[in-house]
Design a protein around this ligand. Structure first.
Ligand SMILES: *Cc1c(COP(=O)(O)O)cnc(C)c1O
Ligand SMILES: [Zn+2]
Length: 396
């Protein structure tokens, strides 16, 4: 059971590149490179039924992941998260079929673990001996832990006001923590410069081909968990967009393999009012986004003022008949309480934002009650407990 990786492809012009060498963005266009697999051969070799019998983590899909040698897989048990039916919320909202993909159960408490596990494993396989990682928070913690697992050093660059939980997990796991006076974009520029100067490999979102492959496994799992079906709509809290791009790629590959049929789900991007470059570009009919000025939101994973892969996110949303909407920070926190009280899921504010989006889109008729809808809870609320108030009455 190992990789059918065949080559890399520029998402702008289609030019192909070798997967046996270290690649970042495409040399032709400076855009995102996608991993491409030998799907016709995989289709002949394998029946989809084998996946159900394998251990419940993301490496059960090794054929569709980039690591060639099994011994190069670095794992902390990422993936294999439950797709929980949200019956109480569904009833309250008059929905037939509502699910929450509970990514809070991943190592380091967020789905960032999937992408980083894939990227660090693959980079190590190709001979990388050290990394840089700019992050709004959760990606840094994941990079620190997987690099610790690999026994390789990583220099982490975070905005000064990044959550303490992320700073602490990075330090615990032995990474070099650098706090940057600025936003994630500034941290990114410094990380790239340091990587070049010191011959380290930079793990920025979608500036190397393999984090998206790890995130893709969310889509593979959702299809498997729905009995090899796609939902009608997926609501996703969008920052850099790896998840939305990855899940769409997952369904595309499964369709080409003939393992699922039908149409792609409508992809719905939810962003905070204080940082909504994709929403604005979508509404204005643009193919790329403009940097969002003075980005502020308590949902740190969504504080990405200018996503590098904006053109891919917007393409997925439009191609699938989806949409993009912005929600207020205060409504995310309210939704954290609501999801916990009605389903027992301690969600992160980013994940809770999807419930706010769902209600809005049911209200205006964009989504209908008979659809199968999946909300992505991208991380654990346990990393964000400082947002929760305990009043004297609650404590009594
Ligand atoms: C990074 C992050 C996001 C945004 O993910 P992208 O795939 O980069 O859009 C959402 N939620 C949480 C908790 C995150 O850490
Ligand atoms: Zn190109």
């Amino acid at each position: 059971m190992f990789s059918y990786l065949d080559h890399l492809e520029c998402t702008q012009c289609g030019k192909t590149y070798s997967h046996t060498e270290l690649q970042k963005t495409s040399l032709c266009c400076g855009k995102v490179l996608f991993a491409r697999y030998d799907l016709p051969r995989l289709r002949r070799d394998l029946d989809r039924a084998v996946f159900a019998g394998r251990p419940d983590n993301m490496w059960r899909f090794s054929e569709l992941l980039p690591v060639i040698q099994p011994e190069h897989v670095l794992t902390l048990g990422e993936g294999g998260t439950p797709l929980l039916e949200a019956r109480n919320l569904a009833k309250k909202l008059g929905l037939k079929s509502l699910f929450i993909k509970e990514e809070g159960l991943n190592p380091t408490g967020t789905f960032k673990a999937r992408g980083i596990a894939a990227a660090v494993s693959k980079a190590q396989e190709l001979g990388v001996t050290g990394f840089t990682m700019p992050s709004a928070g959760n990606a840094a913690g994941a990079a620190a832990t997987y690099c610790a697992r690999a026994g390789l050093p990583v220099k982490v660059f975070m905005p000064q006001d990044a959550p303490l939980s992320n700073q602490k997990e990075s330090v615990m796991a032995g990474s070099e923590l650098n706090l940057v006076d600025g936003l994630i974009g500034d941290a990114g520029r410094i990380a790239v410069a340091v990587a070049e100067e010191q011959h380290l490999f930079d793990l920025s979102t979608l500036k190397e081909p393999y984090r998206a492959e790890g995130k893709k496994t969310m889509g593979l799992e959702i299809a498997l968990q729905l009995g090899w079906k796609m939902p009608d709509a997926i609501i996703y809290p969008t920052g850099g967009g790896t998840g939305i791009i990855g899940m769409h790629k997952a369904f595309q590959e499964l369709l080409e393999l003939g393992w699922i049929e039908g149409r792609q789900p409508r992809f719905i991007a939810v962003q905070p009012e204080g940082c909504q470059p994709i929403v604005r570009a979508f509404q204005e009919g643009k193919e790329t986004s403009q940097p969002w000025a003075n980005a502020t939101t308590l949902a740190d994973g969504l504080r990405v003022p200018h996503p590098f892969a904006d053109y891919l996110i917007l393409d997925v949303i439009r191609k699938t008949g989806g949409t993009a909407i912005a929600v207020a920070d205060s409504s995310m926190v309210d939704a954290m309480y609501e999801i916990a009280a009605s389903e027992g899921i301690i969600a992160c504010p980013e994940g809770a934002a999807t419930l706010v989006g769902l209600k809005r889109l049911l209200g205006d008729g964009f989504l209908s009650p008979d659809e199968t809808i999946v909300l992505l809870n991208t991380g654990s609320g346990y990393k964000y407990l400082d947002l929760i108030q305990v009043s004297a009455r609650d404590a009594a």
